[in-house]
Design a protein around this ligand. Structure first.
Ligand SMILES: [Zn+2]
Length: 378
């Protein structure tokens, strides 16, 4: 039984953590407007619309936003360009990536809102961000998946035909020591190894869950794919990543609480009977923290800390509704902006890392890993 449970949990890790039909059936108060009802993908930005908007924004920003593709490194499996927007001239480099899973679409909307603010607003905060940071923003990491409305990308052969009906790759498991299955992974990895960011943030959606001790639906979870205080993170960079990932999460939690967002918790996976933190070394931002050196492209072993945001709902399961999209996008956008301000001003480093424990979480049964099954909490 335990073995079966582990298999089930492993399958559902990251952004698909919960069986929505089970949890949604309960008497759950929504965190923000309901996501039940019609899934209106037609109102959500497509790949083509993103390109058009990026181009318009670059023009309107009068040089403040620079848009380019990663074509010099390669293209997606189906031959699409991966876009990057660069902003700011500060010393600290921050990497922002959205929609590595092609059915987690509001992440792209949030990032585009951020770019719009950066490109067109005269707010003093924006000046601070430009002076202190240089941002490398990938609004849609997985264009093929987005167009297919699918979490994964599909491997294609040299003729542009699918390798097989089942050759799908989760790009967030594809930064591995022995190389990459999908073009997207190698392309973005090579770019990352050139940029050498100081921080990263990765935007996702997850299934439905409730905030511990309440019947309120979680609208947003804060997490990272190598668990704070877990089996891996404390040993990296003399404990700095363990500390700063907690500080970043606690900083965002406080900032969002001030805006009145109260349905935020820690990212955990599992069913109603048991919850786990994750320690997944093959995840992209995990590999960033571990300093993946593939093909000697990162000979100095550059690494950087990262966190992720997990917004509720996704478009493949059809549980994002038009009513909730604006709320969830704004939540992501504000959280992103606040995190960047915290990094730019250095305030992130003033947070007591133990404050991370104040973000609501379930008592965890263990760490769910991709290398040793479930490990106990010490
Ligand atoms: Zn995801």
């Amino acid at each position: 039984m335990k073995r079966i449970l582990q298999g089930l949990v492993l399958l559902s890790v990251f952004c698909l953590a919960f069986n929505s039909s089970v949890l949604a059936a309960g008497n759950t108060k929504p965190g923000g407007p309901s996501t039940n009802g019609n899934d209106n993908i037609s109102s959500i930005m497509t790949y083509e619309e993103m390109i058009e908007k990026l181009s318009g924004l670059e023009k309107r920003s009068k040089g403040k936003i620079e848009v380019s593709t990663l074509d010099e490194y390669g293209k997606s499996e189906q031959g699409r360009s991966i876009y990057v927007a660069k902003a700011g001239h500060g010393e600290t480099k921050v990497w922002v990536q959205a929609q590595i899973h092609g059915d987690e679409k509001l992440t792209t909307e949030a990032v585009m809102q951020l770019l719009k603010t950066l490109g067109t607003s005269g707010n003093p905060d924006v000046k601070t961000l430009f002076d202190e940071l240089t941002l490398y923003v990938i609004p849609m990491y997985n264009p093929d998946g987005s167009i297919m409305n699918n979490r994964e990308t599909q491997l294609m052969d040299e003729n542009g035909d699918p390798v097989s009906d089942s050759a799908f790759v989760d790009l967030n498991r594809d930064w591995a020591l022995d190389g990459f299955e999908a073009n997207e992974s190698r392309v973005v990895y090579e770019y990352w190894a050139n940029v050498k960011p100081d921080f990263a943030v990765d935007l996702h959606h997850q299934g439905f869950k409730t905030v511990y001790g309440t019947n309120e639906s979680t609208s947003f979870s804060l997490g990272i794919s190598l668990a704070p205080d877990g089996p891996t993170l404390p040993s990296l960079e003399n404990g700095y990543y363990n500390k700063v990932t907690k500080q970043m999460q606690a900083y965002v939690y406080d900032a969002m609480t001030k805006y009145g967002y109260t349905h935020i918790d820690q990212y955990q996976v599992g069913g109603e009977d048991a919850k786990y933190y994750i320690d997944i070394r093959g995840g992209v931002v995990s590999a960033m923290m571990l300093g993946l050196n593939y093909n000697n492209l990162n000979p100095d072993g550059h690494s950087n800390p990262a966190i992720f945001f997990e917004t509720k709902g996704n478009t493949r399961e059809g549980n994002l509704g038009q009513k909730s999209n604006g709320y969830l996008t704004k939540q992501n956008y504000l959280a992103l902006k606040e995190l960047l301000m915290g990094i730019a001003t250095g305030e992130v480093h003033n947070v007591n890392p133990d404050h991370w424990n104040d973000i609501p979480a379930y008592p965890a049964e263990g760490y769910l890993t991709d290398y040793a099954g479930i490990l106990p909490i010490n």
